[in-house]
Structure formats: structure tokens, C-alpha cells
Design a protein around this ligand. Sequence first.
Ligand SMILES: Nc1ncnc2c1ncn2[C@@H]1O[C@H](COP(=O)(O)OP(=O)(O)OP(=O)(O)O)[C@@H](O)[C@H]1O
Ligand SMILES: [Mg+2]
Length: 372
Amino acid sequence: MEVDNSLILKLFEAALGADYTTVRRIGGRLARDLAAGKEGDAAKSLEAMLRKRGVPLQASGYVEAIPRDAGSRLPLVEEAPWPTSPLFLNTDAGHVIEQFIEDANNIALLAANGISARLGILLYGPPGTGKSLLAGHLAARLGRPFYVVRLDSVISSRLGETSKNIRGMFDFIPTKDAVLFLDEMDAIAKLRDDRHELGELKRVVNTVLQGLDSLADEVIVIGATNHPHLLDPAIWRRFPYKAELLPPDSEVRAAMWKHFLYQGGEDGEASALLARLSENMTGADIENFAHAARRRAVLSRREPSLPHILLAITSSTNGVPKLPDNHALSADEKKSLAQLLDELELPRTEIAKRLGLSRQMIHRYLKGSDDA
Ligand SMILES: Nc1ncnc2c1ncn2[C@@H]1O[C@H](COP(=O)(O)OP(=O)(O)OP(=O)(O)O)[C@@H](O)[C@H]1O
Ligand SMILES: [Mg+2]
């Protein structure tokens, strides 16, 4: 990758001036350039570094002091880099997102016509469907700094401290053109547990409402939750846009297998086959399976093994969670794989190729199951 000299100069200037916000922004840009230049591994390492060395903002000149929880001293808000890994969305969610972006980009025009909406979007759906990733992508698409608040870390064990934390965090959002991401919003509802006095939940909800109402209109707020029904209705209403992130449909699953397992390389047929068998798996599941298979492949200097992935998927969907490994397949396993692919109506030559077996073996395995 060609490195832009002026970027390096800016990086040094920011680093020596302890301006970590700029350092991280330049890091994010470099990571994107690396990813675009097909240097995915370097991009990932840099991204991981930016995420881990989550340098808080206090030295950035924006603010005097970043708000922290008095007990744990953990920062309540952090600027996170824009994601570099791609996002795959089902069509319905994709539509909502595109409309939201269009509205956000044209807010002045909409306001002039008296039809602007508060730029708040709630992402909800099961774990691992890409809510947090999507929030980062939204910030990137809108070209805005991405401030992440994990509400579970804002909730303090000290009585009364939680509302103070929430107030501190809303007061802190420094610029109008920020994206504020409130992750894990169900944490508020969990205050209903017995550790807390009854009034506290109400106080916290009220503080969140006041905080949301106090933000400049231009601030974009994204909320994420696994349990939308637990959210207070008044909070729910503060997010006019809503996108439900469901597990990926078959087309999106195929794209995910292709990306996570074959890194965008060919094998469209194998990806389509895996998509058919991985119904109900989330993006995080597919990534996890694909990476496990690639780890085995790299360490044994082979290609990822489709049969082992198929076995892991069928075992997991039958209630015995397993990741792809590279054990020697037993005759029973080969037979059940042959039957599985036969049920999916793959031609026998194809089954033989995919399982690395001779056609005679496949015939033998399937004899009997066809006559039945
Ligand atoms: N739709 C998707 N497109 C691309 N990658 C995805 C998608 N969904 C999940 N992933 C992968 O799984 C990882 C975890 O997803 P993410 O943290 O965004 O899920 P989440 O919905 O926020 O889950 P949780 O509710 O547990 O916070 C992502 O970083 C990404 O690598
Ligand atoms: Mg999340």
C-alpha cells in the first residue's frame, strides 16, 4: 500500500500532542486503506489495536475530563474506530438503514419542510446479528465520529450513581455531528432486579429521557437491544426509526460463508450449500464456524474441510454444539454426510467430489436409503 506522507506527518503531530482522538481517526483511515488494498490481515490487526488500546478522550482537547464511574473508574463514553469488516444485511433491514441515511443526509431540507424526524434509530434483534457492527457502519457511512456508551458499564452498583453517570455521559457528547451509540440498552430494564430500590429504575429512565431530549437535533442516536419489549415505552418512542436485525436469510448466509470462509474467493456452490444448512445461524455463528475451519486449514496446510463444517453444523443444530475440527471421518459420518447431501438433491458425482470419496463409495452408502 502507498502511504500518504502527509498522513504520517499528521499522525506524528497528533501523537506528540497527545491528541488521541486524531491518532485513532488516522488509524481508522489507515485500516480502511489497508483493507481496500487487500491487506486485510494488517487492517484487522490495526483495527484490533485501536479497539483494545481504547484511549479515552481526555487528552484530545475536546473536553476537560472524560466522565467515569466513581466506583470502577471505567470511562462511560469512548470514541471507537469505524469498522473495516463488511456488513451483510437482509433486504428489509437494509431498506430501513438506507432511508435513515438518506434522511440524516438531508435533514436541513426536511426541516425546512417541517417534516424532519429526530435522528434516533433503535436496532433490535437476537445476539450476534450485527447490531453493534451496524452502528459503527452507520457512523462511517455518515462520516461522523462514533461515540460508544455501554449502558451496562454506566449502571453502577452504588445507589444514585447511575443517574449521575447517565447525566455525565450526555453532558459530555461534545460535537453536534457525532453519532452516539447506546449499546446494551436492556441493562436499564435489568435494574428491576432486587439489588436496587424501586425508585431507582424510574429515576434512571427519566434521566435517559432527559438526556436524549437535551441532545442537539443534529446528534444521531443509535440504540441497541436484544429485548425491545423490556424497554420503557417512553424510551422506545424517542427512536422514531427502528430496524429489526434477524438472523440472515439464505442469500445473505451464502454471502457470509463466501466472505468468512472463502474470503470472497470462488466456491459459490459450497457457500450456497452451507447457506441451505445453516438456517437460524447468525452472522456471529457463521463467522465463528468459518474461522474455526480456517484455523484447522491453516495449521494443517490444507483447504478448509467442507465435510467437517457440515458435521459441526448438523451436530450443533441437533443440540450438541461443535466447531469444525479435523478428525478422521468415520464410516458412519461419511454415510450420514452422503445421505444429507443426497436429501439436498446434489448429484452423486457432486457428492463424491464434495466428500472426497469415490462414486462407488457414495453408491454403497446410498444403497438402501434409496430403496427404502
Ligand atoms: N450481519 C452481519 N454482517 C457481517 N458480520 C456480522 C453480522 N452479524 C454478525 N457479524 C459478525 O459477528 C460479530 C458480532 O456481531 P455484533 O457484535 O455486531 O452483534 P450484536 O447484534 O451487537 O450482538 P449482541 O446483541 O450480542 O451485542 C461481528 O463483529 C461480525 O464479525
Ligand atoms: Mg452488540
